[in-house]
Design a protein around this ligand. Structure first.
Ligand SMILES: N[C@@H](CCC(=O)N[C@@H](CS)C(=O)NCC(=O)O)C(=O)O
Length: 207
């Protein structure tokens, strides 16, 4: 299996974290010729990362890729056993996609952070987080952590642009979660990889 994409993408990192948690080896490669090349569009007509290639099967969309990996390699599962916790895990991932990521996108286009909108999106996550941790839903590392940790990287990395770390600090469960998660082995590795990818992105953009 190969995952096409770059580690700065929170969607790519979601899949990478899930694969690591499951003990799967999943090399990540930037697509040769880029996301909009004819060759890549044959694999994924949406022209976005991540795209998983497993033999003759190519699959887009981070959430669907994580589900595929989980069904192909069921143990350890990336979802909790309890149906309500499973639903909560999927919900946090959905909330990240629908409410948190759209708050990050304008910052990459040089626009200011919508502090009110960002705080509201983080508030939705806060509501569903475990009060005890260590992970998003409690004892087990799940899909919710895979979705959440990469976007929390950006709240630190982009703090200078919009005091986004302060917005996290305004949500006690989320702040405590992120303080723990970023010091975990998984979090330290992820932060190193995303920081290196962000630096490379900024350098390339500066020309
Ligand atoms: N819903 C998709 C979102 C994927 C996505 O937007 N990826 C971005 C990188 S973070 C991308 O490939 N952007 C390139 C483009 O839109 O041209 C998923 O979960 O995989």
């Amino acid at each position: 299996m190969i995952l096409y994409g770059g580690l700065l993408s929170p969607f790519v990192m979601r899949v990478v974290l899930a694969a690591r948690a499951k003990g799967l080896s999943l090399p990540v490669h930037e697509p040769e010729g880029g996301l909009k090349s004819a060759g890549f569009l044959k694999l994924n007509p949406i022209g976005k990362m991540p795209t998983l290639v497993d033999g003759d099967f190519a699959l887009p969309e981070s959430e669907i890729i994580v589900q595929y990996l989980d069904e192909m390699h069921p143990r350890p599962s990336i979802l909790p056993d309890d149906p309500r916790d499973r639903a909560r895990s999927r919900l946090i991932s959905r909330l990240v996609d629908v409410y948190v990521v759209p708050q990050l996108a304008p910052v990459f286009q040089g626009k200011p952070v919508d502090r009110e909108g960002f705080a509201a999106a983080l508030g939705y996550i806060e509501h569903y987080l475990s009060a005890t941790g260590p992970h998003a839903l409690g004892a087990d590392f799940t899909l919710a952590d895979c979705a959440l940790m990469p976007v929390l990287f950006f709240t630190d990395a982009l703090n200078a642009r919009g005091h986004t770390a302060e917005l996290v600090a305004g949500h006690p469960k989320l702040a405590a979660y992120w303080d723990r998660a970023k010091l975990s082995e998984t979090g330290l590795r992820m932060n190193r990889e995303m920081a290196a990818a962000l630096e490379a992105f900024m350098k390339a953009r500066a020309g």
